[in-house]
Design a protein around this ligand. Structure first.
Ligand code: S3P
Length: 442
């Protein structure tokens, strides 16, 4: 298989029905929580991407039995703090910030040192945001390079609940502390800026003692150590972050229509829908239903010929945090100047995405004004790219690859996009679905 993707034609009109693979956040949370339950849990439609495989590998190394079956995955948990492992254990979170940060929450009692490593991209990302609160529980951390992987964790046998202020709107930080609370005596109280709430919904479903009070900006969450967690089966819904690429593809294509089946539309994740609609996209949610606290729907998208700029309300940032690259692409084709502020967190992702988003738009001939935490995008409704655009050296950020593919298919030009295998992180079937939609083979 070639290592790069070459696209030199725009997509022709289409009318298709697709489904996307299972949600990444829920897949990783299911693996980690099933490892803390007693007995056999089954996960259906688990995302089989590198991030989730790394999670399965990690819990296996921690002594948990894992079986990947044809249409589901089984995890035989030993209960909370039931990990059994040998000395000098090394866990590899590979590319996954979610795995790396959440699993540390489950290790605050580890009686032996465990080393956590990651790939090149993950090793550039900040871990102090999670080791600082976990130290308050009593865990000990050591870094070779300040606040970057690799690190070692040595737990404590007298872990106590903490008070924690999560002020970045990071679900990874919030969830890691919630996982640690499973292993701490007393109550852990969290004041958290709004972010995705899958962990809260799973805790509720699993009858883990949790209380939540919501205000406009913050959620006040308190978690008590559970007596035990019962094994549980879970059907993972489709990933809205994967769906986002196709929402934008359809919005920017000519006269096309797409139905995406079974997508998780948890309100803490639907910023992409709200933002695209404000920009003039045609999106309809059909067949809405509930599943264990999560909301699911089929999403119908139609092309839109009138896209307008947006002054994006920052309170939507966290619910669209993984979707900004494709939102920037829509802004590039919008009438007017779009403005996104308080988005510095984007530079903390698998690559510095705020900078990369701006760079790719500039390569496309679109003007941007970039600061450390904001971007202005000067939209061009009649944008037609003629030049050759080469995308490389982007730390294999899966979402940069997919954004570039959508840009190539909707804005024209000749694109060479390197590191095709980057999609394996979150969405291995991405190109297969593109081929299905376009009736072509990329
Ligand atoms: C995630 C939270 C987000 C998101 C990431 C997945 C999660 O990160 O970007 O892809 O599953 O909790 P932050 O919590 O760091 O914003």
């Amino acid at each position: 298989m070639s290592k790069f993707l070459l696209i030199n034609k725009k997509i022709l009109r289409f009318n298709k029905k697709i489904s996307v693979s299972g949600d990444k956040s829920l897949s990783i949370r299911w693996v980690l929580l099933a490892s803390q339950a007693i007995g056999k849990s089954k996960g259906y439609n688990l995302l089989m991407s590198e991030d989730v495989l790394a999670a399965l590998e990690a819990v296996k190394k921690l002594g948990i039995k894992v079986k990947v079956q044809k249409n589901h995955c089984e995890i035989h948990g030993n209960g909370v703090n039931g990990f059994k492992y040998k000395k000098n254990l090394i866990l590899n979170a590979r590319n996954s910030g979610t795995l790396g940060r959440l699993i540390l929450g489950l290790l605050i009692k580890s009686p032996q040192k465990i080393k956590l490593i990651g790939d090149k991209s993950l090793s550039t990302r900040d871990f102090s945001r999670i080791t600082l609160p976990l130290e308050k529980f009593g865990a000990n951390f050591n870094y070779k390079t300040k606040n970057r992987l690799p690190l070692t964790i040595l737990g404590s046998q007298s872990t106590k609940g903490i008070k924690y202020l999560e002020n970045k709107g990071s679900a990874q930080c919030k969830s890691s502390v919630m996982f640690a609370a499973l292993n701490a005596s007393g109550t852990t109280s969290i004041k958290a800026k709004k972010s995705r709430n899958h962990t809260e919904l799973l805790f509720k479903y699993l009858k883990i003692p949790i209380q939540i009070k919501k205000t406009k900006k913050y959620d006040f969450i308190s978690v008590k150590q559970p007596k035990k967690i019962k094994a549980f089966n879970y059907q993972i819904p489709g990933d809205i972050s994967s769906s986002a690429f196709f929402m934008v593809l359809t919005t920017l294509a000519d006269n096309s229509e797409l139905l995406i089946k079974n997508v998780n539309i948890n309100p803490s994740r639907t910023g992409i829908i709200i933002i695209l609609k404000k920009m003039g996209a045609k999106i309809l949610l059909k067949n809405k239903r509930n599943y264990r606290g999560e909301k699911i729907a089929d999403i119908l998208i139609k092309s839109s010929s009138k896209i307008k700029a947006i002054n994006c309300p920052p309170e939507l940032n966290s619910s669209a945090i993984d979707e900004f690259l494709v939102i920037f692409l829509v802004a590039a084709k919008a009438k007017g100047i779009s403005y996104f502020k308080d988005v510095s967190e984007l530079n903390q992702k698998e690559s510095p995405r705020l900078n990369w988003g701006s760079k790719i738009l500039n390569m496309m001939g679109v003007k941007t004004e970039l600061t450390k935490n904001s971007i202005k995008i000067y939209g061009q409704p009649n944008l037609k790219i003629k030049r050759l655009i080469t995308i490389r050296n982007y730390l294999k950020d899966h979402r940069i690859f997919m954004m570039s593919t959508i840009a190539a298919l909707t804005c024209g030009g000749r694109w060479i996009i390197h590191d095709k295998d980057s999609i394996n992180t979150s969405f291995p079937s991405f190109l297969k679905i593109i081929n299905k939609i376009s009736n072509k083979s990329l």
